[in-house]
Write a protein that binds this ligand. Structure first.
Ligand SMILES: NC(=O)c1ccc[n+]([C@@H]2O[C@H](COP(=O)([O-])OP(=O)(O)OC[C@H]3O[C@@H](n4cnc5c(N)ncnc54)[C@H](OP(=O)(O)O)[C@@H]3O)[C@@H](O)[C@H]2O)c1
Length: 380
């Protein structure tokens, strides 16, 4: 095992009990076993699922628990047989919800097959925004598991790049973290047009990622089909719903071509059975690369190259100062953003957002730019 200077204990943000208190307490620094990598975490990004795990008590098998899934850091030790990364490499990877592999701590373990190096042009904060979004998009689009995926040929496969040229895709919620990844992989796959629903202030941003057409997310969903038909008359056989409320799922399902297609939803499928028809199916990805075995490894084997080429770009970041201790408050902002978005965030933001370059944690709700991700530098 190759190592740098590594402490035996570290600080971690523990969730002490189901729906309970967050407490910073020590955790042992785990040792990498064969085929594993130990990372010193530099930045952990927050996701909506983090506060949902706390509030709804799911995804964690035992308490006290450590969570956190979006990780960027530096390799400080590798176990036997690890050859794809070495001590000192800057890497990103996805946490797993146990105390060896989670992200809300200073050091964490990851299987070497689901680690990607990232280019010097990306900061740790930026890199940390990628793992969950990339996993959810790629599983939903390319995994061979039809329950979770549209089962497309991935762009990294032979003849996969551009394979779906001239076929339309509709992405509901293209400016979300997941939606941004879906747009970028849809572009790699050749889809055209790439249509997405966003707040109008995000039109230029999603276009820069590869969207060819935008639909104002504030338009009633009853007009979604007409809006899509005004853009393309080609049969729409793939809708990726990165919002996945009951309403968006039903609208996404309806707009699929009558003779068949796939609706990919990021939350539990919620289209009433009575409304479902033969030929149209629904897939619900579990966006965790470490849980997808060989498929997760395939994604990570190609991710560094996509980051180098700029085909996959990170989310924009709101940096939250203060180390592990400020995660609970930042999660509370995410929790509250949810209702703001649903009720009046869009209208307010159009008028109030004067600059996208002055993000800070006190104005995040109003100026939250493309998504609700926050990155936090973990102070070692
Ligand atoms: N299945 C999985 O494994 C998995 C993985 C990751 C996430 N998720 C779930 O997927 C959802 C999205 O997560 P995320 O991290 O990507 O979210 P996020 O980055 O926090 O997304 C926030 C953005 O969603 C957009 N949005 C919200 N409601 C919308 C609507 N009705 N129509 C269009 N856009 C809408 C807003 O964009 P505008 O600013 O343009 O209005 C908002 O900025 C969450 O519910 C999360 O829990 C599931």
């Amino acid at each position: 095992m190759a190592t740098a200077s590594i402490p035996t204990t570290q600080q971690a943000l523990w969730l002490k009990s189901a729906k309970g208190a967050w407490v910073i307490e020590p955790n042992a620094v785990p040792k990498p076993e064969k085929g594993e990598v130990l990372t010193r975490i530099e930045s952990s990004a927050l996701n909506p699922v983090d506060w949902k795990i706390h509030d709804y008590d799911f995804g964690v098998s035992e308490y006290p628990a450590i969570i956190g899934q979006d990780i960027a850091g530096v390799v400080v030790a590798v176990g036997e047989g690890v050859e794809n990364v070495k001590v000192g490499d800057r890497v990103l990877h996805q946490g797993v919800l146990n105390k060896r592999q989670a992200g809300f701590q200073q050091y964490t373990i990851v299987p070497a097959g689901v680690v990607a190096k990232f280019p010097a042009s990306l900061s740790f904060d930026e890199a940390s925004t990628l793992p969950v979004g990339v996993a959810t998009a790629t599983v939903g689009l390319y995994s061979s598991n039809a329950v979770q995926s549209a089962t497309l040929v991935a762009p990294w496969k032979t003849d996969g790049r551009g394979k779906y040229a001239d076929q339309p895709i509709l992405i509901l919620g293209g400016s979300s973290a997941v939606g941004q990844s879906v747009i970028q992989f849809a572009k790699l796959s050749g889809f055209s047009p790439i249509i997405t629903t966003v707040s109008p202030r995000n039109n230029d941003f999603v276009t820069s990622l590869g969207a060819t057409h935008t639909i104002d997310r504030n338009e009633p969903l009853s007009s979604l089909s007409a809006s899509v038909k005004a853009i393309t008359t080609k049969p729409l056989t793939l809708v990726f719903d990165a919002v996945a409320t009951a309403e968006t799922q039903i609208a996404g399902y309806e707009v699929l071509h009558n003779e068949g297609g796939v609706l990919v939803v990021v939350l539990v499928a919620n289209v009433p059975e009575a409304d479902q028809v033969p030929g149209k199916r629904i897939a619900a990805p579990y966006g965790s690369a470490p849980h997808h075995g060989a498929f997760g490894e395939e994604v990570y084997a190609h991710l560094s190259a996509y980051l180098e080429s700029g085909d996959v770009k990170p989310n924009q970041v709101d940096y939250v100062a203060g180390g592990l201790g400020s995660i609970p408050d930042a999660l509370d902002k995410l929790r509250k953003n949810k209702s703001l978005i649903k009720i009046k965030f869009a209208e307010a933001a159009v008028g109030v957002e004067t600059s996208r370059t002055t993000y800070d944690q006190t104005t995040v709700r109003v100026k939250a730019p493309m998504n609700e991700k926050f990155a936090k530098v973990i102070i070692a």
